[in-house]
Design a protein around this ligand. Sequence first.
Ligand code: BT5
Length: 262
Amino acid sequence: MPYSPEDQQWIQSQLRGEHIGREMMTYDSVDSTNNTAKRLVGESDKEGTVILADSQTQGKGRLGRAWYSEEKVGIYLSILLKPSLPPEQIAQITLVAGVALVEAINEFSRVRAYLKWPNDILLNGKKVAGILTENFQEKKHSGIILGIGINVNHSRFPVHLQHIATSMAMENGEIYERLPLITFLLNHMDQEYRSFLNEGISNIVSQWNLNSEMFGKHISLTQGTETFIGTAMKLDEEGQLVILMDNGEEIAFDSGEVTLME
Ligand code: BT5
């Protein structure tokens, strides 16, 4: 079922945070919740506004990729944030969201979900959720749109995604209610975001490291046309991925595509 006005009321009645979700707009279908949030900028763009949709016709991944957004079975939402942060700290919002998201999925999933740097959540090695963080800067207004997609009750995926995508239902053999998951996610996001603004990224990085399985594994990291191969070591105190290259050198990366090689 698409979300009803009562669903939105229920979600908001369960929120404990100061900002996230206090303003909320719920739709049956939008092109992309990130685009919908962007269109609010300059109008109704209070910090913490949440855009929630039952489906998306042009759900977006990073770098112009598509996010498969089937109706009734997934969670597609965006949160508008306006932190006053230097640009180099903005990428860290993806890590903050990753921690809140993996905690939310693990609250409900019996099979444990893990983070894969920088923006994936995996269940049994397949992608169950993703994060798309976009900056906006228009005249007087600037901020971040944090988009989150979760595969909750999908029973299958289109052929091109079958080998990489999964849902909470497919891995656990049970159907989940979306509303408690959304509420848990928004409450945790509020909490982790406050902790990040008040205390910095270090606590988030420790939690991130505890919720990832990629460390100690042989990986390749691609940045544009360059590929680096080595062992993933940890996220450093700024949230960059440290790789011990096969030639013995350690390099910290702030972006890239990671493939696990074993
Ligand atoms: C992401 O990009 O993982 C970011 C996904 C963010 C989606 C949310 S939904 C709400 C908000 N509004 C939006 O328009 N977007 C956000 P990336 O790391 O680039 O991964 C994209 C790749 O994942 C695709 O190229 C596919 O290979 C794969 N993929 C597409 N749809 C998928 C799905 N539903 N589940 C798992 N993998 C998927």
